[in-house]
Design a protein around this ligand. Structure first.
Ligand code: ATP
Ligand code: MG
Length: 215
């Protein structure tokens, strides 16, 4: 099976995440596992506890055949490093192919992550564009700039499949999705300022946020 790993703070999950997962799943994957962080290492401490962020994901993906949520980062506790998660997932899914789904902003930052080089050796990537034009990629070569240095030399460019291939034969796809200019930050600000969030995230999630007075 081809399994997508979709990590994030999901504070809260929104249609930008859900549509990205849908389009990636449609083209590449048998399933997508949403994994909310326990504590996001490169952000200031999220205001909403991980169980509630997880609950919002569960509400949003309920009844979707290809979508699942995993609490492995929550159970592990502490700061959530994707490297640790990938090591754990390799044991859970020894026979499957794992793909890490990342928005362009995440990909740009990845070489600074814990064990970044090892992450790229272990798992394939599907990098998707985010909202602004800056994250549209004119040439795959640009993706190479943001790789950890040790990977740059052995990298090959596969224009036909729109992907890079590493010396360990892992793939880094660039995949263009419907651009939805939605972010959790904007949604949290809207809640704070009493501005409507209708059609930015599922109604059931909006209701959960209101009932639990989250933002
Ligand atoms: P925040 O504003 O709090 O950072 P966010 O909307 O960026 O929230 P995250 O939880 O940080 O959401 O993102 C999780 C993953 O989803 C990241 O890889 C990010 O790039 C991707 N992502 C978030 N929003 C979108 C979107 N609108 N379109 C495509 N990918 C997205
Ligand atoms: Mg973000």
């Amino acid at each position: 099976m081809k399994i997508g790993i979709f990590g994030g703070t999901f504070n809260p999950v929104h249609f930008g995440h859900l549509r990205a997962a849908e389009e990636v799943a449609q083209t590449f994957l048998n399933k997508v596992v949403f994994i909310p962080t326990n504590i996001t290492s490169n952000k200031k401490m999220p205001e909403i506890n991980p169980e509630k962020r997880m609950e919002m994901i569960n509400i949003a993906i309920k009844n979707h055949k290809k979508f699942e949520a995993s609490d492995i980062e929550i159970k592990r506790g502490g700061f959530s490093y994707s490297y640790d998660t990938i090591v754990q997932l390799e044991k859970i899914y020894p026979l499957d192919e794992l793909y890490f789904i990342a928005g362009m902003d995440t990909y740009f930052d990845m070489r600074n992550w814990k064990n970044a080089g090892e992450i790229f050796d272990k798992i394939n990537f599907i990098v998707v564009n985010r909202s602004n034009k800056k994250s549209d990629l004119k040439n795959l070569i640009k993706l190479i700039d943001f790789l950890p240095d040790k990977l740059k030399e052995g990298i090959r460019i596969d224009y036909a499949e729109n992907r890079l291939i590493t010396d360990k034969n892992r793939f880094i796809y660039f995949f263009k999705i419907t651009r939805l200019d939605i972010s959790s930050t904007d949604i949290r600000n809207n809640f704070k300022n009493n501005i409507s969030n209708l059609f930015l995230l599922p109604n059931e999630v909006i209701n959960y946020i209101i009932n639990n007075k989250l933002y």
